[in-house]
Design a protein. Structure first.
Length: 145
């Protein structure tokens, strides 16, 4: 799946992250702030059948973003969203499937020492989980003794 992001020019009237109630397929269009205080909204979920997709963000997807963002920012001005960037969403389940938990594979699964595969770990899991990092550390650098 592909995830698209939109930004808004200037500073948003928020000083914190906003995560709406999750929706099927993802966390919903949430607000993050960059170091300059500029707002980034996303990601959405755009299902694709190919891994060779175009990373361009279709500006027409902005209409769905306006609707989602206005649930927590009703005064979002018309025409203020700009297509920003996109990326690959780490999905293990497809459209209409039940959500899947993430998968961690080590040499016991694939036979390659030192290789750890982390599949399907969505935000904020991969970026915020010290427990996952500690688990991987124990795999790649076990205590010797």
């Amino acid at each position: 799946a592909k995830g698209n992001y939109f930004s808004v020019a200037g500073r948003a009237p928020f000083s914190h992250l906003i995560y709406p109630v999750p929706e099927p397929g993802g966390l919903g269009v949430h607000l993050t702030l960059d170091l300059a205080g500029a707002a980034r909204f996303g990601p959405d979920v755009e299902w694709t059948d190919t891994i060779n997709f175009n990373y361009r963000v279709d500006p027409a997807r902005g209409e769905r973003f306006y609707a989602a963002i206005r649930k927590y920012w009703p005064d979002l001005p018309d025409g203020s969203l700009q297509a920003a960037y996109s990326g690959i969403r780490p999905k293990l389940s497809g459209p209409g499937d039940a959500n899947s938990d993430f998968v961690i594979q080590d040499a016991a699964t694939h036979g390659i020492d030192g290789l750890v595969n982390l599949f399907g770990i969505e935000s904020p899991g991969l970026t915020a989980s010290l427990a996952i990092a500690e688990y991987v550390m124990r795999i790649v650098a076990p205590k010797t003794g």
